[in-house]
Design a protein around this ligand. Structure first.
Ligand SMILES: CC(C)(COP(=O)(O)OP(=O)(O)OC[C@H]1O[C@@H](n2cnc3c(N)ncnc32)[C@H](O)[C@@H]1OP(=O)(O)O)[C@@H](O)C(=O)NCCC(=O)NCCS
Length: 157
């Protein structure tokens, strides 16, 4: 596996990864694709790193960006690994690459460190993601009740 910047030809494979299981609703996939398209256009607000197997089979991606109006925080917007490629460390590699790139960019601006914000829900479909953030040592910073829907909170790591 190797990691590289997103290329325009990745869009279809990234959409297949988003649809590779039932995690995301159609409206969520639309938003995810908007961010992917922004990153392909080199919108400075969104960065996408893609994981590929040789020769160039897309395994998954991470999308992050500087949190508007902060100089110390990035948002991890999406991380998705194709269902066929899960459980082999692709997500950990993608998060590590994001952290390294964001830290290097922050240090180039004279900042010593960078914080990462991740928002998720307690829904069953996001269980693997919550365990990923736990394993990475991301602490839960807050939980806002009834945010996504009655009974479905917003968990911020
Ligand atoms: C969450 C997701 C990105 C993890 O990708 P992955 O490449 O399979 O994850 P990794 O192999 O790097 O696993 C890293 C750790 O995460 C945890 N984890 C990941 N998937 C898990 C699962 N199904 N059950 C339990 N723990 C899981 C484990 O702690 C694992 O470490 P370990 O194998 O040493 O125990 C993937 O399951 C996915 O794409 N899910 C659907 C999309 C999603 O929910 N994205 C997050 C919201 S945008």
């Amino acid at each position: 596996m190797r990691l590289r910047a997103i290329e325009p030809g990745d869009r279809d494979a990234l959409e297949r990864a988003l649809r590779s299981d039932g995690t995301f609703r159609q409206d969520e996939i639309v938003v995810a694709l908007e961010l992917i398209d922004s990153a392909i256009k080199s919108d400075v607000d969104y960065v996408v790193i893609v994981a590929v197997d040789d020769p160039d089979a897309v395994l998954g991606y991470i999308c992050y960006g500087r949190t508007p109006m902060t100089r110390a925080t990035i948002d991890l917007y999406w991380i998705v690994v194709d269902a066929a490629a899960r459980g082999r460390g692709v997500a950990v590699a993608l998060v590590s690459a994001m952290e390294a790139a964001a830290l290097a960019e922050a240090q180039a601006r004279g900042e010593l460190a960078i914080g990462v914000r991740v928002e998720t829900s307690p829904a069953d479909g996001h269980g693997a993601a919550r365990r990923l953030y736990d394993k990475l040592g991301y602490p839960i910073a807050s939980e806002l009740a009834d945010f996504y829907a009655p009974g479905e909170s917003l968990i911020t790591y």
